[in-house]
Design a protein around this ligand. Sequence first.
Ligand code: ZN
Length: 153
Amino acid sequence: MPGNRGEDDGRGSGDDTLTLRERTPDSPWAAFARLMEGNEPMTSGTPLIVVLGHQRCGAVKAAYKALKEGKPLPGNLRSIAEALRPAYAVVSKEKHADPVDAMVRVHIEQTSADLRSNADLAPLVKKGDLAVVSAYCSLDTGRVEVLTGAPSA
Ligand SMILES: [Zn+2]
C-alpha cells in the first residue's frame, strides 16, 4: 500500500513497501541489497564488493566479550556472535593490545576471503572481472584502509 510518512529523500515517495533498491537506485548499497534479495545473481556483472568494517564496533565488542566469557548473547545478537566466532578463534590465540580491533580486522578479511572463494564468485575473481576488497574504516580519522583484495593494476 503506498503511503507517505513525510520521509522524503528526494527520490520518491516514502512507501515503506519499496525495496532498498527502489529507494536508492544509484547507491552501492542498493546494488548490494539487490544481490542479497536474489533478484540478480552476484555473477551478473558486479565489478566490486567491498567488505567494510569499522573501528570501535559495538557488535564486535559485544561478541568478543560473550565469546571470551562463554556467555551467549541474547536474541538475535547470538547469531552475530556466532558469525564472529572464527575471527575470535584467530584473535584469541594471539596477543593484541586491542583485541576487539584485531577481531574487526580479522573478520573483515575472513568475510572477503569467504566471498573470494565462493563457488560462483571465485571464477570471476580469477578472471579479474570481480574484486572483493576488505577495508577498515577508522572513526578517529575517517580514513578507509584497504586490507586485502585490491586489484593490482
Ligand atoms: Zn559496527
